[in-house]
Design a protein around this ligand. Structure first.
Ligand SMILES: Cc1cc2nc3c(=O)[nH]c(=O)nc-3n(C[C@H](O)[C@H](O)[C@H](O)COP(=O)(O)OP(=O)(O)OC[C@H]3O[C@@H](n4cnc5c(N)ncnc54)[C@H](O)[C@@H]3O)c2cc1C
Length: 550
């Protein structure tokens, strides 16, 4: 954090020089001395300091300046720095103005020019004021600050991205705090959100995730032109394969469009993963796996989406959304699954503005003491409801079926929680709200009774879709989009059409040699963290066999 500033303002350059000299010699070690000769320039400079979240301890300001008087300057300056001490430099004739200023700007002192010797007439006064300032000041947060609204999807995505990368930040809601609103208006006249302030003074206005990733120092570009293995997706399956590949010396690159951990990363507590009897959060599991993979030399790209995979001669090519192509011997598709979205009018517009898909973690705090709803009856929904109940005053879980499909330990926990109400045989049929979610309409499927309920937020966990788009034209998939591998490709004990090798496809190999699939995107998987990790590890062993055949 830079040193707090002492602002000296005087239009007379010889006076300004001598103030600067006296301040620097006595306070230069602990404070940054900023001499400026004009009120407007000083106010512009203050805005920059504010944007960088720097503090001002003291304003030492000449009263009689042609463009703007010292009092007029202080009136504006203390809006941004109400805690800073205020001293006016006056000539004898200005003493009445200085006295008026005591009331107008809460002046702490007025000093008659000249102030020499400073040891007697300047330092004792300023020392006392600065001691007082130090004792009461609340120093600003030193890290990344994200300013936006609770209703902006892009603000939500930026928060979620940093949370998932375990990068701390402070959230500033421009609707709740006028200083934050002014801060945002100072740096941007656009309506793009969020505005992100970094400790080095950089400001990003409405950045995409790639810009944000680059700014916080995450790798977004591959270091090599060629890899033995490219893994697409950094959920449990992809990370497990990467750890084994890295540990055995393969040149391995993992490409992730969002943040490591995949669906598991959005789980507040995974309680059924071997070796963690009291549970582990998905974030923690992902963080450990990422550092393990990196320790073995694996490169992990964040905020980079793969848009296509294709075969060129004996190589497999992975094309990113910025059209970069990366060549390799083998590819593992570990792109998992994503939640179904609500198919009802208005739902898209309210996404990120009260409707969230599996993002209970990031937004839960914002719904403290409010009524929130969860849609879905499986494990992820149950976990989401339990997590939300720590903050919300009531969590209502809407389940279409006549009972939850979650594991028994989670159903028991739902039933034992006084803040959670489970509504069975209940369909969500409408969402309402102008800028943010306001109400939902539900229907009891047994008696068709409809009810409209006030809702602050709706967390949706309604089943998943395999993310197979990048290879849907290349490899064989089920009619629901799950990728067929190994024995599932065989018809009458024969490999799939177009298969040219003498051997049959390996257990987790797709219908294209050298392209493998593991985890939730694969046909026949059972949608669990342990299964994804196991498949990732097996996929690596099979890829090793494949590489031997090249
Ligand atoms: C909220 C929640 C709670 C859960 N709790 C549990 C639990 O307690 N126990 C349990 O066993 N299971 C749990 N599950 C299920 C478990 O998390 C999944 O089965 C597991 O994460 C699947 O792992 P995966 O690696 O196959 O895919 P995913 O975890 O889905 O990861 C796939 C990754 O690929 C990335 N990706 C997709 N497409 C692209 C692309 N084109 N380019 C680059 N990257 C791409 C995605 O961003 C994602 O990070 C839970 C799931 C959720 C959502």
């Amino acid at each position: 954090m830079p040193k707090p500033a002492i602002f000296a303002l005087d239009d007379d350059s010889s006076v300004l020089n001598s103030i600067e000299r006296d301040l620097r010699s006595h306070y230069g070690q602990d404070y940054r001395i900023i001499p400026i000769n004009e009120g407007k320039t000083a106010l512009e400079y203050l805005k920059k300091l504010e944007g960088r979240n720097e503090t001002v301890a003291l304003f030492l300001v000449d009263q009689r300046m042609p463009e703007m008087s010292g009092t007029e300057f202080l009136i504006e300056a203390i809006q941004a720095y109400p805690q800073a001490k205020r001293v006016l430099l006056t000539a004898y004739a200005d003493s009445q103005a200085a006295i008026d200023s005591i009331n107008e700007v809460g002046l702490n002192y007025y000093l008659m020019k000249p102030w020499h010797p400073p040891e007697e007439r300047l330092y004792p006064i300023l020392d006392e004021l600065l001691e007082d300032w130090k004792a009461h000041v609340r120093l600003p947060y030193e890290g990344i600050r994200i300013a936006g609204t609770l209703w902006s999807l892009t603000s939500h995505e930026a928060k979620d991205f940093l949370t998932r990368h375990q990068i701390p930040y402070q959230w500033l809601d421009i609707e709740k705090d006028s200083n934050t609103r002014k801060l945002v208006e100072n740096v941007s006249s656009e309506t793009k959100l969020p505005v992100i302030f970094f400790p080095d003074g950089t400001i990003l206005v409405g950045p995409d995730l790639k810009q944000l990733a680059e700014k916080v120092g995450l790798q977004t570009r591959a270091g090599l032109p060629f890899y033995d293995l490219v893994v697409i997706g950094s959920g449990p399956a992809g990370l497990a394969a990467a750890v084994y590949a890295g540990s055995e010396g393969l040149k391995c690159l993992v490409i992730e469009k969002a943040a490591p951990g995949g669906q598991a990363g959005s789980s507040p507590k995974i309680e059924n993963y071997l070796g963690f009897p009291t549970g582990i959060s998905g974030d923690d599991l992902a963080r450990r796996a990422v550092s393990q993979a990196k320790r073995f030399g694996v490169e992990i790209l964040s905020a980079q989406e793969v848009k296509q995979v294709f075969v060129k001669d004996s190589y497999r090519i992975v094309k990113l959304s910025d059209d970069t192509e990366i060549s390799c011997h083998a590819v593992l598709i570990a792109t998992g699954a994503s939640f179904h979205t609500l198919k009802m009018p208005g739902a898209d517009a309210l996404t990120g503005a009260g409707i969230y898909y599996g993002a209970a973690y990031t937004e839960a705090m914002n719904y403290k003491d409010q009524n929130v709803f969860v849609v879905g009856g499986a494990n992820s929904a149950a976990q989401g409801a339990l997590y939300l109940s720590r903050f919300a005053c009531k969590v209502t879980v809407l389940i279409r079926g006549h009972q939850p499909t979650a594991s028994k330990y989670l159903v028991d926990a739902l039933n034992d929680n006084e803040k959670i109400e489970v509504l069975l045989n209940t369909d969500l049929i409408e969402v309402k709200g102008t800028n943010a979610l306001e109400q939902i309409v539900i229907k009891n499927t047994k008696d068709d009774e409809e009810k409209t309920l006030d809702a602050s937020a709706l967390f949706v966990f309604i089943g998943v879709l395999p993310q197979n788009k990048i290879v849907s034209d290349l490899v064989m998939c089920s009619n629901k989009g799950y990728i067929f591998t190994g024995p599932d490709l065989m018809v009458d004990k024969k490999p799939p059409p177009g298969w040219t090798l003498e051997r049959d496809p390996f257990l987790l190999e797709t219908s294209v040699p050298g392209i493998f699939a593991a985890g939730d995107v694969r046909y026949g998987t059972n949608h669990r963290v342990a299964s994804a990790v196991g498949e990732g590890a097996i996929a690596y062993a099979l890829i090793k066999e494949y590489l031997k055949t090249l």
